[in-house]
Design a protein around this ligand. Structure first.
Ligand code: BDR
Ligand code: CA
Length: 308
């Protein structure tokens, strides 16, 4: 496998943090463009800078849009990720500085300078939507777009029952991206739940790892407690699964190609991803929905990113 070149749009976020560690362990990272989502933009930018310090590389961090495109969000994910988005551990001010260039401009520039990048979207799709509206030729310049988002049979994780967080935070942006990109890989919340890690096995990786494992153990406390309270089993690593698929598409063992649309209106369903499972509308499939991956290979990628 040749080393993939990634441009990551992200709202760190605990599971974003693990994904960013994975990216730096397995790929060339051209930049981190930052969205608001799990917590406000000031926190997500600062968290990205903290991660850049931790991995000890000069990956540039580009602050993006502070709000969704149209409507203010109905919820954030402070209850999962902590008020600062990284488990409220209280890290000092990071040394890495954010770039002056806006994330949307950075996405357009970097994809021109590095044709064939893989775009990985780990948060709400606000920055990507604006980028593709500014330059509709963006999809032709990227090798792949991998999106963590959606709930393909309606098992969401937000106050709107069928909506997953990243899509539900900015449904209009998701609609723009889903319409503009002729083909993208979709790692939805349901496949994430099917690929949780065994708690004890994960604890062993943490114990065997280096400073990255210590960091992740610290920031993961709030989210782990939240998941346990919700009755969710194992270590759920949404953005890490999307990152694994971005780094090595060969880990996908089952995939369905379908047309997926985003509900923008529904009182009970705003933010839902509507999959045309039986091709009733006859629209070309835009999404390659990841249904299953090789769990052992996924685990090996996470383990290496923790230094274990
Ligand atoms: C997604 O929402 C966020 O809370 C996580 O970081 C992940 O990107 C899961 O629904
Ligand atoms: Ca995220």
């Amino acid at each position: 496998m040749s080393t993939p070149q990634l441009l990551i749009d992200t709202d760190p976020g605990v599971d974003d943090a693990l994904a960013i560690l994975m990216a730096h362990a397995h790929a060339d990272v051209t930049g981190l463009t930052i969205a608001a989502g799990n917590v406000g933009l000031a926190h997500t930018v600062r968290n990205a800078r903290t991660l850049v310090d931790l991995v000890g590389v000069a990956t540039p961090v580009y602050p993006g849009c502070p709000t969704p495109l149209v409507r203010l969000p109905e919820e954030d994910a402070v209850h999962v990720h902590g008020a600062d988005g990284l488990g409220d551990v209280g890290y000092p001010e990071p040394k890495a500085v954010a770039q002056d260039e806006h994330a949307v401009h950075a996405i357009l520039r970097l994809t021109r300078e590095h044709p064939g990048l893989t775009l990985v979207a780990l948060g709400p799709l606000t920055n990507l939507a604006l980028a593709v509206r500014l330059d509709p030729s963006l999809p032709q310049r990227v090798k792949r777009l991998v999106i963590m988002g959606g709930a393909v049979t309606g098992l969401g994780n937000t106050g709107k029952i069928p909506a997953e967080f990243n899509i539900g935070f900015d449904p209009e942006a998701a609609h723009v991206v889903f319409e503009a990109f002729p083909s993208f890989d979709l790692v939805d919340w349901e496949v994430v739940l099917r690929h949780a890690f065994d708690d004890e096995e994960f604890n062993r990786w943490i114990a065997a790892g280096d400073q990255r494992a210590t960091f992740f153990d610290q920031v993961f406390g709030t989210a782990r407690a939240f998941n346990a309270k919700r009755g969710r089993h194992g270590v759920i690593a949404a953005d890490a699964l999307a990152m694994a698929v971005a780094i090595d598409p060969g880990i996908v063992t089952r995939m369905e190609e379908r047309h997926v649309a985003v509900e923008m209106d529904g009182r009970l369903t705003r933010g839902a991803t509507v999959v045309d499972w039986t091709d009733r509308h006859g629209k070309p499939a835009n999404a390659r929905i990841v249904m299953a991956v090789d769990q052992a290979r996924f685990g090996a990628m996470v383990r290496r990113a923790l230094g274990a």
